[in-house]
Ligand binder design. Structure first.
Ligand SMILES: C[S@@+](CC[C@H](N)C(=O)[O-])C[C@H]1O[C@@H](n2cnc3c(N)ncnc32)[C@H](O)[C@@H]1O
Length: 407
């Protein structure tokens, strides 16, 4: 289907497409999208999902295979054969960047001059994504962080691993890291649980008890980029295209204690409840100066999916941080492993979208951005590669439309 200006005019609420973004974006006319809120694969081999696999083999599939499709020479090889493997080598990182560049080049074509993009990324691959957006022609305007308190360190205790290779395994000792959760009980430990210090067992590991390999993950980054203006000033660009600015007042953080004040200026940092509480405790003045957004609960994740079979979700939380919570192992209808909170996406989409704007989300997942967009009164185009997630997204978004839940 050709998505052009005429089609956009007739678009009522949402258009959902089951396909590869690299194949779908070229079907769209230039300069028709007002904003993009995207949550692409992070390029860190999330749970061995094929869509987040950027091993050299998988890159070949994603980047070069796509070029072959362009040339009408499909290779027909299944990329699922590489599922489960991932690679943080230089080649893997470059492959992720090359792949980001391919879709970013299309994104900048379809978005209007002055249109904003907000793009989630992991802390490890953020530089690659940002460079790809910049190389495609976007101006990098800012970096937002979503800070959370529930991450779990994926660290290895050095003394413990030395003992292991010295032939002294550590049965019965649990260390508060993701790699050693299950040593003593076989069950996940609550995130952040303070466990007794590991005591080294061999002379080789002595002195290494305090050493580990990773920090606790406590933020996700979101790149704010803008397609360069086509006119000399923001004002002139807005008059011609409607794009170029941010909805500052629409995203102000209201001070509950004052009716007169319009609220605090939206900042480039966002907190979940737990991180917010820590900040509140440390602050002596009124602390509610940032936007707070908790993780989505199961009710929100599964709304609209009643009647669908419950499946076991992946054993990590929605921030790809390594958290194993009891809740996340319960089977449920929404099988997507990285579901973002509706409240967070509503805030972000409101920030970058002009009135009556059309929002593009070319990595739709289970459709959270589509829900957020609908609730904010904008139009939505979502693209998702996996049929399973596409079907979930359709049902979740439809649920809100049926219930006419609009802000
Ligand atoms: C991080 S998830 C998005 C999750 C979403 N924010 C939510 O709340 O459900 C990224 C999604 O991009 C999809 N994806 C990966 N490669 C894609 C491609 N080439 N075209 C379209 N979708 C793709 C994956 O299947 C995955 O569902």
């Amino acid at each position: 289907m050709k998505i052009n200006k005429k089609y956009i005019k007739t678009l009522n609420t949402a258009l959902l497409i089951n396909g590869d973004t690299l194949n779908e974006l070229p079907k769209m006319e230039s300069n028709i999208i007002d904003s993009c809120l995207i949550d692409p694969p992070y390029g860190i081999g999330f749970l061995g999902k094929e869509w987040d696999n950027f091993s050299p083999k998988a890159i070949e599939e994603k980047v070069f295979h796509h070029q072959k499709i362009d040339n009408k020479k499909q290779s027909g090889r299944s990329s699922s054969m590489h599922a489960g493997s991932y690679d943080l080598s230089l080649a893997g990182a470059r492959g992720f960047q090359d792949w980001c560049f391919l879709w970013a080049k299309e994104l900048i074509r379809v978005i209007k001059p002055g249109g904003h993009v907000l793009c989630f990324c992991s802390t490890r691959m953020y530089h690659r994504l940002t460079v790809a957006l910049e190389e495609a022609g976007f101006e990098i305007r800012d970096t937002l962080s979503w800070n959370f308190g529930s991450g779990f360190p994926k660290s290895k205790n050095v003394a413990l691993v030395i003992d292991k290779i010295m032939g002294c395994p550590n049965r019965g000792h649990a260390i508060a890291t993701a790699s050693t959760y299950q040593v003593s009980t076989g069950k996940p430990l609550p995130p952040g649980e303070d466990l007794p210090r590991y005591e080294s067992k061999t002379k080789e590991s002595k002195g290494w008890n305090d050493f580990g390999t990773a920090l606790k993950p406590a933020m996700e980054l979101i790149c704010l980029a803008r397609k360069p203006l086509n006119e000399k000033t923001v004002a002139k660009n807005i008059l011609k295209w409607g794009t170029g600015s941010l909805n500052i007042d629409g995203c102000r953080i209201k001070d509950e204690s004052s009716k007169e004040l319009q609220g605090r200026w939206p900042a480039n940092t966002i907190f979940d409840e737990e991180a917010g509480k820590v900040l509140d405790l440390q602050s002596k003045t009124n602390p509610s100066r940032f936007f707070y957004c908790p993780k989505p609960n199961n009710k929100e994740k599964n709304a609209g999916l009643e009647g669908m079979p419950k499946v076991r979700r992946d054993l990590r939380d929605e921030k790809a941080t390594g958290v194993m919570s009891k809740k996340s192992v319960q089977p449920q209808q929404n099988s997507h492993p990285t579901i973002k909170p509706v409240t967070l996406l509503r805030y972000l989409v409101r920030l970058i979208t002009p009135p009556n704007g059309v929002v593009l989300d070319c990595f739709m997942g289970s459709g959270t951005c589509g829900i957020a967009t609908y609730l904010e009164g904008f139009k939505y185009i979502g693209i998702e590669l996996e049929k399973e997630y596409y079907e979930i997204a359709k049902k979740r978004i439809q649920h809100y439309i049926n219930n006419k839940k609009i802000a």
